[in-house]
Design a protein around this ligand. Sequence first.
Ligand code: IPD
Length: 274
Amino acid sequence: MTEATITNTELLELAVDVAREAAALVRERRREHVDVAATKTSATDVVTLVDRESEALIRGRIHDARPDDGFLGEEGSDDAGTSTVRWIVDPIDGTVNFLYGLAPYAVSIAAEREGVVVAGVVLDVPTDTEYTAVRGSGDGVTSRRDGEPISVREDTPLAEWLVGTGFNYVPEVRALQAQAIARLLPTIRDIRRMGSAALDLCRVAEGTYDGYVEEGLHPWDHSAGALVAQGAGATVELTRGVGGRVAVICAPEHGFRTFRDAVDGAGFLAAPGE
Ligand code: IPD
């Protein structure tokens, strides 16, 4: 199918087919021995052979179906392509959980058209839960979990919010994040650090988190999950974090301003002009 005729829904269908195949591979490999293959930004930032195998499978399948598209993957693929479509892929989001045999971890695939994310799937491998989102005509986005519509949590005071977060792999950034969490914690119900940013965004979408904030994410961590969150009634902002990296803030539209102010007040974000 040419890029002019393929619809966003058809891009999503391809993403879902490929994510299911990759998730089956990851699930199968988890039954065998899993070891660290290499480290990246720090000694704690690990990659396994299965991350690489999953990315190779996803890349191969997408290339077979759409050879002209661009492809950006966490494990090193970066091809601009010649069409207006680019795929943004995390072959295992939550690699540390995968390594230890802890849930959750996910396969995350997003498709963007001229730089705008138009379709995404996040597949939670241990539970086989599938979150999808597709941009319709205009700006409308439809999000589903296992085919059923999902929606963010209702409006509650910040003091009752359960907030997801995560930590960057660079120790200096982690130290700043820990200080900000310590300031935020007394003002909310509690925090959770589940280990998969893509699924953290889906939790805001389905209402099992009230909000989510994390600095240091890459496009493969947040592209698909952010679209799922937006389609379920959340606002997602990418801004600059206190450690100088991209910070992602996600909360239901109705509570976004309050949450953003709390996150800023706690010191998660860079000062204006910094
Ligand atoms: C990581 C996870 C984790 C988040 C890290 C990410 P990876 O992705 O999403 O929850 O805290 O910032 O790098 O390395 O497992 O694909």
